[in-house]
Design a protein around this ligand. Structure first.
Ligand SMILES: Cc1ncc(COP(=O)(O)O)c(C=O)c1O
Length: 408
């Protein structure tokens, strides 16, 4: 059964009170982006109305307040993921930028022809294309850990690919399509034994479960603020400090330098050397508010709640005729991809919308996974802390309505 106390959280999210086409909004698209609680909206408004100034440069009162808020946000995020120091948190625009930063700043510098980058077919394009491009630039080769029949990465399959040529293992922690939870700590141990570093795409895990980077075994972890109740345009690259120190900056300009003359420049320390230009200060402040909100609810509770909803929904849809659900039955995160026989996922999403239910339809930025599944696209329902058992009833009802509509 659902954690009853979490139902009350809907009232923290003003947008969830908005009717859609005369229906209660049932928001099942949190894997794309989550809704924002009032405390996050208020934190951004308060920043712009009371403290707005640029950071790390001027000495006036507003500039000092803004700098303090910005650096406090870094500390809040560092504590949230168990970083050993705040400087290990690099603010970026999101997961995509974070992963590109590692590919450019670390992989380009250290990969040699014949080295191997290991990924999987379930990766979001953000954790695939940067490695394809790094491989092209450096002469390294891309290798894939094949999935088992339900879309999981087994340790045997990982062992078959990770070897003495492996330099980088880059995997999603939780699939944004299959809902699969990957065994990152075990794979990290394997990768480290082979002398490789581990890059984790945490876009779908950091928002949903307690994360401690040391226990995860990652060397780099990328995630996005907007998928964890925070604002858009702010995200994080966490990296082990020595690896960040060794990495090259990729964005050159203001505030990332130590000294500049006409011909040359030297870099500021980590993390500023990766944060060229004016950062998204209000976004960082909003992200810190989101982290405090999630912490207040409790990451263990959120994890139990969304996993429970994902698994319940899997069972309900699995039992329906004319519906295919993808990914493993257990464990299954709060992301559920499905198809309704003979109905295009975009049509499914359209009928859902007419009933006030927001889902996503498409390839979910994971075309190689669609090829593996043998489908062009899927519908996807994804749950978060503000969803309830009732929302699953609405999901099931919306599928029945879709079937009825297209049978006519
Ligand atoms: C697993 C995964 N990785 C990466 C991303 C990219 O995140 P962003 O668009 O915030 O950079 C997403 C977003 O859907 C995702 O689900």
């Amino acid at each position: 059964m659902m954690d009853v106390a979490l139902v009350d959280l809907k009232k923290d999210f003003p947008i969830l009170a908005r009717p859609i086409h005369g229906h209660r909004l049932v928001y099942l698209d949190s894997a794309a982006t989550t809704q924002k609680p009032q405390v996050v909206i208020d934190a951004e408004v308060d920043f712009y109305s009371q403290h707005n100034a640029n950071v790390l440069r001027s000495v006036h009162t507003l500039a000092e307040e803004a700098t303090t808020l910005f650096q406090n946000a870094r500390q809040t995020v560092a504590r949230f993921v168990g970083a050993s120091r705040p400087e290990e948190i690099v603010f970026t625009r999101g997961t995509t930028e974070s992963l590109n930063l590692v590919a450019r700043g670390f992989a380009d510098k250290f990969l040699k022809p014949g080295d191997e980058i290991v990924v999987s077919p379930m990766e979001h394009h953000s954790n695939l294309i940067p490695w394809q491009q790094a491989a092209r630039r450096t002469g390294a080769n891309l290798r894939f850990i094949e999935l088992d029949p339900v879309g999981q990465i087994t340790l045997e399959a990982a062992r078959a690919v990770i070897g003495d040529k492996t330099r980088i293992v880059a995997l999603s922690h939780v699939s944004n399509v299959l809902g699969t939870v990957n065994p990152i700590p075990e794979i990290a141990e394997m990768a480290h034994a082979a002398g490789a570093i581990v890059v984790v795409d945490g876009a779908q895990s950091v928002p949903h479960q307690p994360i401690n980077v040391a226990q995860l075994g990652a060397d780099f972890l990328a995630f996005s603020g907007h998928k964890m109740c925070g604002p858009t345009g702010i995200g994080v690259l966490w990296g082990r400090y020595p690896l960040l120190e060794e990495s090259d900056p990729v964005m050159y300009g203001g505030e990332m330098i130590s000294f500049v003359d006409r011909e040359t420049a030297t870099w500021a320390d980590v993390p500023e050397k990766f944060e060229g230009g004016t950062p998204n200060i209000a976004g960082a402040v909003g992200l810190a508010a989101a982290v405090r909100y999630l912490d207040d609810v409790g990451m263990e509770r959120i994890h139990r709640h969304t996993t429970n909803l994902g698994e319940q929904a899997f069972d309900r849809l699995h039992a329906m005729s004319g519906v295919s659900v993808y990914g493993p039955q257990r464990p299954h995160s709060g992301v559920l991809a499905f198809n309704v026989d003979q109905v295009h996922p975009h049509d499914v999403a359209q009928v859902f919308d007419s009933l006030g239910v927001a889902i996503r339809a498409g390839h979910h930025c994971a075309q190689p996974l669609m090829q593996w599944l043998g489908v062009g696209s899927t519908a996807r329902a994804s749950f978060y802390l503000y969803n309830s058992d009732q929302d699953i009833d609405v999901l099931v009802h919306a599928i029945e309505e879709t079937k009825r509509y297209f049978r006519r």
